[in-house]
Design a binder for this molecule. Structure first.
Ligand code: FAD
Ligand code: PHB
Length: 390
């Protein structure tokens, strides 16, 4: 098979790029390791910034998001037995976020690709990018119908943190920057009315907790757990009991529970690779960088990569201008690092670190006191949470 852009990974990054390119007459093929059902079974992001939403509309897949997604003007931070509100709209001069699940967004992207006749090869095993240092890169893979080869002009690695694209770049051509946190988030999805119409991030001496939602009848809750623990050690009753203990009394007493419909543990990590390109292969989204989910930045950082790449590929194909491709890594990384800083800061502010000293705990407490006593400090949080401009 021959195409212009060969994309590895059919998660939100790969699908969005492929859809945007298609609408501008640029051909692509997406190779996805898993089945469509598997990709749609992942419960991940819940909060989108408007930059992402704008790209979804440009890709002509934003209709359901605009209809069913909920605009949130603010969120709460629970600490010391109370909830303080971060009024995003007032603090940013009118900006808000959209609560719309990654599962729904991915479904919309798949439907968009189907509508236009986009090519997505599922269950593509042993995908290997070749020749990205030459003018003739190509991809090889295997699936149910045998071995396949895709010749292309460019390879885009959108295959997430564990994907093959970044791992195919020779070690001496990249640098990685990483922080692994000594805990994870245990997440539960339930068919219940959310405990609060707005998200509540909770700092507590027993550990962090988050009350989030997907819709007025679907709740998503998280608690910080040590990495040594497993889902099996957390039956629903224990999960909700622990969640209640970490929430202010009036929030805890309003919590409705029901059997979980999904339960999983996500480790927390900050990671960046530099540069985000090697020859004719470009990395985007989680393949190039990941953040702890505390600042709701991961998918939103992927969106800015896709925006830069899409425009760079457009310039290349429509005007023969390759400047955007040459500068892609530099442009993308400038925003990526800001997302890293914010996610690390939110994580440090709200989690219980097993090795933290009394001094560290005082600083954490003071940071919170400062935040809610300084409109300027709070405005900085709000500006980052709604998303910095692309
Ligand atoms: P992925 O979603 O990881 O997609 C990569 C795809 O590539 C996958 O489908 C995978 O199967 C495929 N693949 C992997 N290897 C190969 C291979 N070798 N060959 C072919 N295909 C391959 N972000 C936010 O912005 N807001 C939030 O509120 C938020 N909440 C989160 C909560 C949790 C618990 C977690 C875990 C993450 C959260 N995120 C959030 C982050 C967000 O989910 C990710 O940043 C996002 O999924 C990145 O999309 P992606 O397409 O780059 O990568
Ligand atoms: C979620 O709803 O899954 C969610 C929301 C906000 C975050 C992280 C996850 O910061």
């Amino acid at each position: 098979m021959k195409t212009q852009v060969g994309i590895i990974g059919g998660g939100p990054s790969g699908l969005l790029l492929s859809q945007l390119l298609h609408l501008r007459g640029i051909d692509s093929v997406v190779l996805e390791k898993r089945s469509r059902e598997h990709v749609l079974g992942r419960i991940r992001a819940g909060v989108l910034e408007h930059g992402f939403a704008k790209l979804m509309r440009e890709a002509q897949v934003g209709e359901r998001m605009d209809r069913e997604g909920q605009i949130h003007d603010g969120f709460g931070i629970a600490h010391d037995g109370r909830v303080d509100r971060v009024d995003l709209k007032a603090l940013t001069g009118g900006n808000t976020v959209i609560v719309y699940g990654q599962t729904e967004l991915t479904r919309d992207l798949y439907e968009g690709r189907d509508r236009l006749g986009g090519v997505i090869v599922h269950n593509a095993e042993d995908v290997i990018p070749h020749g990205f240092d030459t003018h003739r890169p190509f991809l090889t893979y295997r699936n149910g119908s045998g071995a396949g080869r895709i010749d292309c002009d460019f390879i885009i690695g959108c295959d997430g943190f564990h994907g093959v694209s970044r791992q195919s770049i020779p070690r001496d051509r990249i640098r990685t920057f990483e922080r692994v946190y000594p805990f994870g988030w245990l997440g539960v999805l339930t068919r219940t009315k959310p405990v609060s119409p707005e998200l509540i991030y909770a700092r507590h001496e027993r550990g962090f907790a988050l009350c989030s939602l997907r819709s007025p009848v679907l709740s998503r809750y998280y608690i910080q757990v040590p990495l040594t623990e497993t889902v099996e050690e957390w039956p629903d009753e224990s999960f909700f009991e622990e969640l209640r203990r970490r929430l202010p009394r009036e929030v805890a007493s309003a919590l409705e529970t029901a059997p979980s419909i999904e339960k999983s543990i996500a480790p927390l990590r900050s990671f960046v690779v530099e540069p985000m390109q090697c020859g004719r292969m470009f990395l985007a989204g989680d393949a190039a960088h990941i953040v702890p989910p505390t600042g709701a930045r991961g998918l939103n950082s992927a969106a800015s990569d896709i925006y830069y790449l899409y425009n760079a590929l457009l310039d290349h194909y429509s005007r023969g201008d390759s400047g955007g491709l040459e500068n892609y890594s530099q442009r993308a990384l400038a925003r990526v690092w800001k997302g890293q800083r914010f996610s690390w800061w939110m994580t440090t502010l709200l989690h219980k670190f097993p090795d933290s000293s009394a001094f560290d705990q005082h600083l954490q407490q003071t940071e919170l006191d400062y935040l809610f006593s300084s409109p300027r400090a709070l405005a900085s949080l709000a500006e980052n949470y709604v998303g910095l401009p692309f």
